[in-house]
Design a protein around this ligand. Structure first.
Ligand SMILES: Cc1cc2nc3c(=O)[nH]c(=O)nc-3n(C[C@H](O)[C@H](O)[C@H](O)COP(=O)(O)OP(=O)(O)OC[C@H]3O[C@@H](n4cnc5c(N)ncnc54)[C@H](O)[C@@H]3O)c2cc1C
Length: 281
């Protein structure tokens, strides 16, 4: 894709109006790192959304609210007792990419290797989308298909709301890649709530090894009401086959990827349980 013009609106409504006016000839531009992967020959006018005051992280009520143009590097550096997004951001590409690439860019056009959609599905995040007014969309709905369709009318993502973890809740993510800057081969994320040693609720999501990030309902059903221990995690991980078909990647066979995914899921569950126990110790 080629860009022939940069437009720099000074307000959110001006950006939306400009995108509406341009239609398919326009595109919202955040970090711009995805252009490299868009191989089509079209020429577009870029509406730069990085100067609209959408780069922030703040605690509001029961959520951490992350502005859509917050760079991944800022998310990686942010710290709070129940902050969960830094771990995966630290594992995305290189410092240079993380300095300019944004949370919005990562989730508004989902590439097969995208890590944040997996994490946000597990955490049950809400996406705030501005069209004529602001609307909150739950992660299951937002990632039900490629989110770009949602923005074709000039709408913009303004923020992501990540629920605060309550007592007895934990989170774990495991990403496997060939080296620290390589694309994800497998990303598994888990958030769960313990009742003593029993798993009360759980959300499990997979990415990288599957065509599009998604939750694993059969695995979740195999975990709820069970004791939080390794044998249970291992057994539940084998059920992921019922929810997804694994993709062979980078010369790895689908069967190898499946095994990698099962081990990663087991480890993500271990991390989520340790996280929950540590918070209640
Ligand atoms: C070498 C390399 C390796 C990478 N590896 C990984 C990896 O392993 N895992 C991973 O998760 N990511 C990885 N990435 C990053 C990922 O592929 C994308 O490039 C990045 O997330 C896009 O973010 P951006 O801010 O640059 O978005 P942009 O390129 O600016 O935009 C991406 C798309 O989202 C739209 N968009 C952006 N913001 C909004 C908004 N607020 N509202 C509506 N639409 C919007 C744009 O119009 C465009 O269609 C890698 C990138 C590179 C260059």
């Amino acid at each position: 894709m080629k860009l022939c013009e940069f437009i720099r609106p000074t307000s959110l409504s001006e950006a939306r109006d400009k995108l509406r006016e341009l239609g398919p000839q326009g595109m919202a531009l955040a970090g711009g790192t995805a252009l490299h992967f868009l191989q089509d020959q079209t020429t577009r006018r870029a509406v730069d959304i990085t100067r609209l005051g959408l780069s922030f992280i703040r605690k509001e009520g029961d959520f951490y609210v992350v502005g859509a143009t917050t760079p991944l590097a800022d998310i990686q550096r942010y710290r709070a007792p129940d902050w969960t997004l830094h771990e995966v951001c630290r594992r995305i590409a290189t410092h240079q990419v993380r300095n300019i690439s944004t949370i919005g860019g990562n989730i508004c056009r989902v590439f097969p290797w995208a890590d944040l959609p997996v994490v946000l599905l597990a955490l049950d995040a809400r996406m705030v989308v501005f069209s004529d007014k602001e609307e909150e969309i739950v992660s299951d709905e937002f990632f039900d298909g490629q989110p770009t369709q949602r923005f074709a009318d000039g709408s913009l993502l303004t923020a992501v709301k990540v629920p605060l973890l309550r007592a007895h809740q934990g989170f774990g993510v495991v990403k496997v890649s060939r080296n620290s800057a390589a694309f994800s081969l497998v990303t598994m994320a888990v958030s769960l709530e313990l009742d003593g040693e029993v798993i009360k609720t759980v959300r499990v999501a997979a990415g990288g090894a599957v065509p599009f990030p998604r939750r694993l309902p059969t695995v979740e059903a195999a975990l709820v009401g069970r004791e939080a221990k390794s044998e249970v995690f291992r057994e539940a991980a084998t059920k992921a086959d019922s929810d997804v078909s694994w993709r062979g990647r980078e010369s790895l066979s689908p069967d190898y990827v499946r095994q990698l995914a099962e081990v990663s899921l087991h480890d993500a569950l271990e991390r989520a349980v340790s996280f929950a126990r540590a918070r209640n110790a």
